[in-house]
Write a protein that binds this ligand. Structure first.
Ligand SMILES: NC(=O)c1ccc[n+]([C@@H]2O[C@H](COP(=O)([O-])OP(=O)(O)OC[C@H]3O[C@@H](n4cnc5c(N)ncnc54)[C@H](O)[C@@H]3O)[C@@H](O)[C@H]2O)c1
Ligand SMILES: [Zn+2]
Length: 367
């Protein structure tokens, strides 16, 4: 069993992350449920049939407390205020009070949205995250960013608020669709690129599906450590936390434009494309060499993550990027590489370079 803590001493925030096999059967041993008036589990309709029963049985075996649930349709198109309203309507109908506990059981969409629901219902009630996807385990379920999309603008509504605990049972990854599993490595590779060159080399040394269970636990732990380190230095993203946005400026634009198409991008896929754009920009402004860029591009490609977007309109992408949360005066602020393993943030780049990098990621000739 691997355990680590998120500890933001300045704001009195401390919570444990537990990573291991076979944890869902002993949830009652991993968190102190005493004192809660009821438990409300939020999950999506892929994850709920697989694991919701297991989690509630595990709690019910040692706690006599009402357990209810809210299950939404899986996917980014549900991550919005309408679903939040439905969940809150159910909380109100059940008279769930402020001494209740919300459990978010699922991937990044569930923990982002469930965290937001818990943070705003009755001005905030306690919640824990039981993370079941790679994106969730290595990124979304830790660090305290919660929220939903607004009219296809990614994560436009949200609050910073942390769970009381995070539990990651890696056995749940056995049922995660392969495409989602691989997409999760987009965020894993990001952690290496922005913070630790050796980690980048390690996680791109083979195809994501070929890591053993033990290696996977180590990877999840290392990514959580990197995230913890960054978040502990800058919880509210006034500085260094912005490095975690590497690949997300263009990535979020690709992701939201793909929502209504026949081939919506998974978050990690969109981030991979966004990392190609950001790495290209890092090369164009002279921060990294062409060889380093090619190394990054090949590593992403070898991991079977996308490096080429088939069709997009330059103008539409640029319009979306202007609306990115990090844009100031409609100018995107980029997180760019200084080298592999090191980052700069708040970088402004000229239109010409942005066009060149965006055109690059859409040029079919190269891959
Ligand atoms: N808050 C943050 O810091 C942060 C960081 C990274 C990503 N995110 C957000 O996370 C979201 C993406 O996360 P995701 O990729 O986990 O999406 P997700 O929650 O939709 O999960 C991906 C898919 O896998 C299914 N699934 C999840 N776990 C499963 C399991 N164990 N077995 C079977 N199916 C399973 C889900 O139903 C879904 O269809 C995006 O909305 C992104 O913005 C947030
Ligand atoms: Zn992300």
């Amino acid at each position: 069993m691997q355990k680590l803590n998120i500890n933001i001493t300045k704001n009195n925030i401390l919570y444990p992350i537990t990573i291991d096999s076979n944890l869902l059967d002993k949830i009652d041993e991993l968190f102190d449920f005493r004192g809660y008036t009821s438990i409300f589990i939020i999950s999506d309709d892929n994850v709920a049939p697989l694991y919701l029963g297991k989690v509630s049985n595990s709690i019910a075996k040692s706690h006599d407390v009402p357990i209810d649930s809210f299950v939404f349709k899986a996917g980014e198109n549900s991550k919005n205020l309408e679903t939040v309203t439905e969940a809150i309507a159910k909380l109100v109908k059940l008279n769930i009070d402020r001494k209740a506990l919300i459990i978010n059981l699922g991937g990044g969409i569930t923990t982002d949205m469930g965290g937001f629901i818990a943070s705003t219902y009755l001005r905030g009630i306690d919640f824990i995250n039981i993370s079941t996807s790679i994106v969730g385990m290595v990124d979304a379920s830790v660090g305290g960013k919660t929220g939903v999309n607004f009219e296809h603008l990614k994560n436009y509504i949200g609050v910073f608020n942390h769970p009381k605990a995070v539990i990651m049972d890696i056995d749940t990854l056995n049922t995660l669709p392969k495409k989602d599993f691989v997409a999760g490595f987009g965020e894993v590779i990001k952690h290496g690129l922005i913070y630790d060159k050796n980690y980048f080399e390690l996680v791109t040394s083979k195809h994501p599906a070929n890591f053993s269970k033990e290696e996977l636990v180590e990877i999840i732990k290392k990514s959580c450590e990197i995230k913890a380190d960054v978040v502990q230095k800058d919880e509210r993203e006034s500085g260094i936390r912005k490095i975690l946005n590497f690949g997300h400026t263009a990535g979020h634009a690709f992701e939201s434009l793909s929502f209504d198409t026949d081939t919506p991008l998974l978050h990690g896929e969109a981030v991979s494309l966004g990392m190609i754009v950001a790495a290209k920009l890092s090369e164009l402004i002279g921060n990294i060499t062409h060889e380093e860029f090619i190394k990054i591009e090949s590593a992403i490609k070898e991991s079977k993550l996308p490096i080429l977007t088939s069709s997009y309109q330059l103008l539409a992408i640029k319009q979306k990027m202007k609306l990115d949360k990090k844009s100031i005066n409609q100018k995107p602020k980029w997180t760019l590489l200084k080298s592999i393993g090191e980052c700069d943030w708040n970088v402004e780049v000229g239109e010409k370079f942005i066009d060149e990098a965006l055109n690059y990621v859409a040029s079919p000739g190269r891959s």
